[in-house]
Write a protein that binds this ligand. Structure first.
Ligand SMILES: *Cc1c(COP(=O)(O)O)cnc(C)c1O
Length: 222
């Protein structure tokens, strides 16, 4: 059976320079995360705040913890002290809560805005038009303890790679449009988080610089 280290080496060998690998360890035990850590991996992604907090407490301190799952406002408190990057900011009231909690501990927290590019209704994120409307209105300029570092999205769950590719291309085009917006004072566009086990190669071809890979490293989840 291929080890976690072998899986990591294989994936890292396929990532161009400048693309960060977030190893998605949700539902997996700390022993497996430790194994990946011992192989040199430092960025890990989780989707449940309490699970992430528990793992943070048990694992080495120099791990970068990424929150990638839908985040309820009342759960921000579990991760605010230590989270490295919140990928899944999909509404203004979540930003307000992050701001409030970060201000209390005098921390600046890095986040990405999640954009809805998939066909599935149930996926979260700002719609493109909504986002492009909020920026010039200055809606993102009020957060002193939040750094908005880029965008995140998930493609439609489908075998149709042309569909997936066109959705990733759409995210890159939104990213580029924001870069060109003259009245954007706040969004510090650096990170495009897109690509998972089944589609990260396509995501990289379309401009991703952060991939979130779980099952190809740790095996299938139950
Ligand atoms: C679970 C998850 C991943 C990783 O998915 P795999 O197919 O296991 O690589 C990536 N991004 C998000 C938002 C996830 O919830």
């Amino acid at each position: 059976m291929p080890s976690i280290k072998k899986n990591l080496d294989r994936i890292l060998g396929n990532l161009p320079e400048g693309v960060t690998l977030v190893a998605v360890s949700k539902t997996k035990p700390v022993e497996m995360i430790q194994e990946a850590y011992d192989a040199g991996q430092r960025h890990f992604g989780e989707n449940r705040p309490q699970e992430m907090k528990q793992k943070y407490a048990e694992l080495p301190e120099d791990i970068y913890w990424h929150m990638i799952g839908h985040l309820q406002t009342n759960k921000v408190k579990y991760i605010i002290d230590f989270v490295y990057l919140i990928h899944s900011v999909d509404r203004l009231d979540l930003l307000e809560e992050i701001e409030k909690r970060a201000a209390r501990i005098d921390r600046k927290v890095d986040v990405l805005l999640q954009v809805h590019i998939a066909q599935e209704e149930q996926k979260f994120g700002f719609e493109k038009e909504q986002l492009m409307g909020l920026i010039p209105k200055g809606e993102f300029d009020q957060f002193e303890h939040v750094n908005i570092k880029g965008l995140m999205a998930m493609a439609t769950f489908t075998e149709d790679m042309d569909q997936v590719r066109s959705e990733f291309r759409e995210l890159k085009s939104i990213f580029d449009s924001i870069l060109e917006l003259k009245d954007n004072k706040t969004l510090d566009m650096r990170i495009i988080s897109m690509g998972m086990s089944g589609d990260f190669q396509v995501a990289i071809e379309e401009g991703s610089n952060m991939v979130r890979i779980g099952s190809s490293i740790f095996g299938a989840r139950k």
